[in-house]
Design a protein around this ligand. Structure first.
Ligand SMILES: [Zn+2]
Length: 236
């Protein structure tokens, strides 16, 4: 029976180590997600700028169509001028031409503004594309580093799993079941050390008779308070 307690103690040690290794693996996967999210955000930002440029190009196109219309109106009015007979008609067409030219000048001004905005955004897109390419490169390197760390942790996990399998092969199924359900109920700790009449798992006083029976080391004894399997650890 003493052998069983030793095996349980080893099993607990391995399982706690496995818990830590799995946690660190999860943490590494979380870091990879974080790195990739940063990259996604940069890509979205760049796509947003490109959408904005496309929108400005469309607006510029519409202004150019409107400008062509005004220019055509001016030309038509100018050719009407030749057929004019009265001063009144002359003045009316003159007003039309003035209005169309004014409108055309405004449209040209707006088109220039759009061109300026488009050029500015294209400059920003070029700069951001360059830094995105750099970020992609960095991200890939960091991702590979994290994957290598995950693989190294995985080796540790597999080594522990092999040691665990060796131990569990020698323990009765009922005891393993009890151990596993205790681990679930007691935040991973199925085994508790007992010292000076106390259970160190829950810090409660153990009944003297129960504590004394631990010295025989020949039985699986549970703490009456936290139900963990007790292993005597006297101060050395
Ligand atoms: Zn206890």
């Amino acid at each position: 029976m003493k052998k069983r307690l030793e095996m349980l103690e080893q099993l607990q040690e391995i399982d706690l180590q496995l818990d830590a290794l799995k946690n660190s693996q999860n943490g590494l996967y979380g870091e990879i997600n974080g790195i990739e999210q940063g990259l996604d955000a940069s890509r979205e930002e760049l796509a947003g700028l490109e959408t904005r440029v496309a929108q400005l190009e469309r607006e510029k196109g519409e202004l150019e169509v409107a400008l062509a219309t005004e220019q055509e109106n001016t030309r038509r009015s100018e050719s009407h001028m030749k057929e004019i007979k009265t001063n009144k008609e002359f003045q009316a067409i003159g007003r039309e031409i003035t209005a169309a030219r004014k409108q055309a000048a405004e449209l040209e001004e707006q088109i220039l503004q759009k061109i300026g905005q488009i050029e500015e955004l294209k400059g920003e897109i070029a700069a951001r594309s360059a830094s995105l390419a750099e970020l992609e490169q960095n991200t890939e390197e960091r991702r590979q580093e994290k994957l290598a760390e995950i693989a190294a942790v995985q080796q540790g996990i597999e080594a522990d799993m092999a040691r665990r399998a060796e131990i569990t092969a020698h323990l009765p199924a009922s005891l393993l079941k009890r151990y596993n359900s205790l681990r679930e109920q007691r935040r991973g700790q199925a085994i508790a050390f007992a010292r000076d009449g106390y259970c160190l798992g829950c810090n409660m006083n153990l009944p003297p008779q129960l504590y004394n029976s631990l010295f025989r080391g020949d039985d699986i004894i549970s703490c009456p308070h936290c139900q963990r399997v007790l292993i005597l650890k006297q101060q050395q």
